[in-house]
Design a protein around this ligand. Structure first.
Ligand code: BUP
Length: 439
């Protein structure tokens, strides 16, 4: 969902500026959340054309690999099916926006005689992580060093780099490297960030002083929500809560945790005495979800939560953007997926970041530096150690009771709004992209 949501938002935004937009979702989707969102998106946006891209299934020797990475692999290997599909469109397309996770497709598409179009990448991560990613093909990562200094860019702390990147055989790493190689072939990299939030990195990326030549980096965030009719039950519970009294807890659409860790989180929330809305996932792919909430949380903890009436736990998909906009929300305990971070930034909701994997430590650095929240770095990657209920209690209390976080986050929210005012940084870049699309 961390990849699909920004595409839906970008498509809706371009369509609202009189671009004729066709969206090519890879089929079959991996998760039910993807199919549901696609269906409701297309019914709410009938002016956006749907062209399903049926990918060739992988006959993988690794059935236990991450199904989402395997899906990107299937997309990349099905790229030969794209030229006839794209050439069939009328009027002919002028540009293609590719997911950064399938950017390597441009290598085959750009040389295809029937496609004389421009290519853009949509980067679904922070500018900070993108800056590392863009240099990956030219790096040998050494875990023994403390810092990594790349010419023209702010330096990186080695401990923030996701561990799989130190293993060149890992599918995550090989995919990232081949996608990174394709970056130089596109006209621009569109990103859901905004200048104020990541000024130093964005300026560095566009300075022409990096050791590799990069296309223009185009920050056009925070992406605005698209029209999405329908309700979610958690919002009714929030309606009855006082302003800024509830901490929203969610670690994204694909994070699963041990029962012990879930128990510590639950106990920590209860001990903090703060109200909470906790979204819990038990499997990476929702289609195979079978566990009951009681089994997941544990009977006695669930009973305690119900008895104290301090919070609710849900397993279903919630409307996160609407939750974050709700007056009752005072903080967001999050894995710091980039979309979640941007959704909090847009609304000035302070975050407690618990970075579990992938780009999340890079994202948390941005969040912390901008004043959007706090990040207990010593909690480590997911599963590295059990984070105890007392530690969670302490940080939740700090997030919800220390008013400095609220006012600093509010400032971030104001800057995010400013980026979209007439003459604001993101607004200007969008205008520039529309002009580039006309060429
Ligand atoms: Br869970 C959940 N409702 O119940 P991230 C997520 N979301 O709207 P992730 C909901 O999914 P990656 C839910 O608002 C955000 O737009 C949420 O993206 C939405 O994390 C998106 O935050 C989640 O980037 O993706 O899914 O872990 O692994 O790519 O970081």
């Amino acid at each position: 969902m961390g990849h699909l949501m920004p595409f839906l938002r970008l498509a809706a935004m371009l369509a609202s500026r009189n671009c004729k937009v066709t969206l090519l979702p890879a089929q079959p989707t991996v998760s039910a959340a993807e199919s549901n969102h696609l269906n409701s998106f297309f019914s709410a946006h009938p002016h956006i054309q749907r062209l399903d891209f049926h990918v060739v299934p992988l006959h993988t020797s690794n059935p236990h690999g991450d199904p989402f990475f395997l899906q990107f692999e299937a997309i990349i290997r099905s790229v030969h099916l794209l030229p006839p599909l794209l050439s069939s469109l009328s009027p002919p397309i002028s540009a293609l926006f590719l997911d950064i996770a399938a950017a390597t497709c441009v290598d085959q598409l750009a040389d295809h005689p029937s496609l004389s179009i421009s290519y853009y990448i949509l980067s679904t991560t922070s500018a900070r992580f993108f800056s590392l990613l863009s240099h990956l093909p030219h790096l040998t990562l050494e875990s023994s060093c403390e810092n990594l200094k790349l010419h023209g860019l702010p330096s990186f702390s080695i401990s923030n780099i996701p561990p799989p990147l130190f293993n060149p055989q890992n599918l995550f790493t090989t995919q990232l490297i081949s996608n990174a190689r394709a970056i130089s072939r596109v006209k621009g990299v569109v990103s859901n960030t905004f200048h104020w939030f990541e000024a130093e990195t964005i300026e560095a990326l566009n300075s022409g002083k990096t050791s590799i030549t990069l296309p223009q980096f185009l920050p056009i965030g925070p992406f605005k929500p698209y029209e999405d009719p329908g309700k979610c039950a958690s919002l009714s519970w929030l309606d009855g809560q006082p302003a800024k009294s509830v901490v929203y807890v969610s670690f994204g659409s694909r994070t699963t945790m041990s029962k012990d860790q879930i128990k510590e989180i639950g106990e920590g929330l209860l001990k903090s005495k703060q109200k909470f809305l906790w979204v819990l996932k038990s499997v990476i792919v929702d289609k195979v979800e079978e566990t009951e909430l009681q089994e997941l949380v544990g009977r006695s903890l669930l009973e305690k939560i119900e008895e104290k009436k301090q919070g609710i736990v849900v397993k279903e998909w919630v409307k996160q953007e609407e939750i974050l906009t709700h007056h009752a929300i005072g903080g967001f305990f999050s894995h710091c997926g980039w979309n979640s971070a941007m959704e909090a930034a847009q609304r000035g909701v302070p975050m407690l970041a618990w970075t579990l994997n992938g780009d999340q430590r890079f994202n948390a650095e941005v969040v912390e530096k901008a004043g959007l929240g706090l990040w207990p770095k010593h909690w480590g990657w997911l599963g590295e150690r059990l984070v105890k209920s007392e530690e969670i209690e302490e940080k939740i209390e700090e997030l919800m009771q220390d008013h400095k976080f609220r006012s600093m986050a509010q400032k971030v929210g104001e800057e995010a709004k400013r980026a979209w005012e007439i003459g604001g940084t993101s607004e200007k870049v969008v205008g520039q992209i529309i002009e580039m699309l006309k060429l």
